[in-house]
Design a protein around this ligand. Structure first.
Ligand code: AMP
Length: 377
């Protein structure tokens, strides 16, 4: 298959990773008439439940990966912590989109930060390596120490707010490769989901404003309640990053907005993003359908916002008093509920999300906070 040819409905999309992003991708793909195969180490995964085929094998099993890829017209990944080296084998048998090098760059914080720096994208000052104390001296306090590999949702992060925190940081990360970032006292966080097709068409979804609690996304608010110049800067950065990294697929771009209105890139994710889930209910095209369109070389869909909306993550914590009160939530006329079919409701685990639409973003947020507070009973 040449890069210019569209992969039409009826063909098979392979997804590496079987979590909720893979599940919602599979749902969008099957609606368009594609077949979906999921590759995931753990059996009974959320994506496998809605796919045509589920293969359970380790990511390091090159023979299993190759056999899986041979059945697929295109393979994509739903999270960036799929180890990159074994994936090289896939490129020998079928299309891997986004390209292997995009995954390799973005799954390691050091490489990602260097890429941003070398390509002139604005980011927080940083140091990298295994000498934690030297890195902290170079960046200055306050700063945030992050493991270079396999970090997301604040996992493997430590804030150094004063000099007194330095020994604990050194102890926690002793010998590990880390990135040390200047602590940004941001005004707010926003994100962009950008799609780019093999033919280099680019679409950026409306910018979301994100509120995190304990490092995990809590609310995404659209439209973001920021100045038009901030929206324009965020959209431009997302577009330029997609072009520069030669993206084919979808990418989440997390951004900090400083108190002076500067927009800095925090993190890139070469896949759909939690802060784009609202697109399922309040946008002409969802980010998952856009991912299908982009990796299959179809025309990208319109990214028109249909209504102001707030997305709320439902974490395992909502089960603290037993089964959440779904009936109260579902009784609301402006709510749509998405559950990922996961069995174990552990605190901090993403179990589902709901969206709330309203006349404006403030009102949607007010409803969302109220509904969320009632969910756990
Ligand atoms: P990350 O896993 O890098 O996306 O970090 C998760 C969350 O931690 C971010 O969304 C921010 O809320 C916070 N955070 C991460 N890095 C910084 C930083 N350099 N300055 C301030 N807050 C940060």
């Amino acid at each position: 298959m040449s890069a210019g040819e569209a992969i039409l409905p009826g063909k098979t999309i392979g997804v590496l990773g079987g979590g909720q992003l893979g599940r919602m991708l599979a749902q969008a793909a099957t609606r368009l008439g594609y077949r979906v195969h999921v590759y995931e180490p753990q059996a009974n995964c959320p994506a496998g439940a809605v796919a045509h085929q589920e293969v359970n094998a380790p990511y390091e099993d090159t023979a299993a990966l190759t056999a899986f890829a041979k059945e697929c017209d295109v393979v994509t990944y739903e999270f960036e912590n799929v180890p990159a080296p074994p994936l090289k084998a896939i490129e020998a048998v079928t299309l891997l989109r986004p390209h292997w090098s995009v995954l390799e760059t973005t799954q390691n914080r050091s490489r990602e930060k260097r890429w941003l720096r070398d390509n002139g994208f604005p980011h927080a000052k940083f140091a990298e390596g295994t000498d934690i104390a030297a890195g902290i001296r170079e960046v200055g306090v306050p700063c945030v120490v992050k493991t270079a590999d396999f970090g997301y949702d604040g996992k493997g992060q430590f804030k150094v707010m004063t000099d007194a925190d330095i020994p604990a940081a050194v102890k926690k990360f002793a010998g590990q490769p880390v990135v040390i970032e200047q602590f940004i006292d941001f005004a707010c966080e926003v994100s962009a989901v950008v799609a780019r097709s093999p033919g280099a068409a680019v679409r950026v979804f409306p910018i979301a404003e994100n509120i995190h609690t304990n490092h995990i996304l809590d609310f995404s608010i659209v439209p973001a309640r920021v100045a038009p110049a901030v929206i324009a800067a965020a959209e431009k950065l997302a577009r330029l990053i997609a072009e520069k990294i030669n993206l084919v697929g979808v990418m989440g771009v997390e951004l900090f907005v400083t108190k002076t209105g500067e927009v800095l890139v925090n993190e890139l994710a070469p896949r759909t993003h939690n802060s784009g889930h609202w697109t399922l209910d309040a946008c002409m095209t969802s980010q998952f359908e856009q991912q299908v369109r982009a990796i299959c070389g179809l025309p990208l869909g319109a990214v028109t916002l249909l209504s102001p909306v707030v997305m709320v993550n439902i974490l395992g914590d909502a089960w603290k008093n037993g089964e959440p009160k779904w009936d109260a939530l579902l009784a609301q006329p402006n709510v749509r509920l998405h559950l990922y079919g996961k069995a174990g409701a552990r605190p901090g685990r993403k179990m589902g999300h709901f969206t709330v639409t309203a006349r404006d973003a403030d009102m949607a947020l007010e409803f969302a906070e109220k509904y969320k507070a009632r969910l756990a009973g």
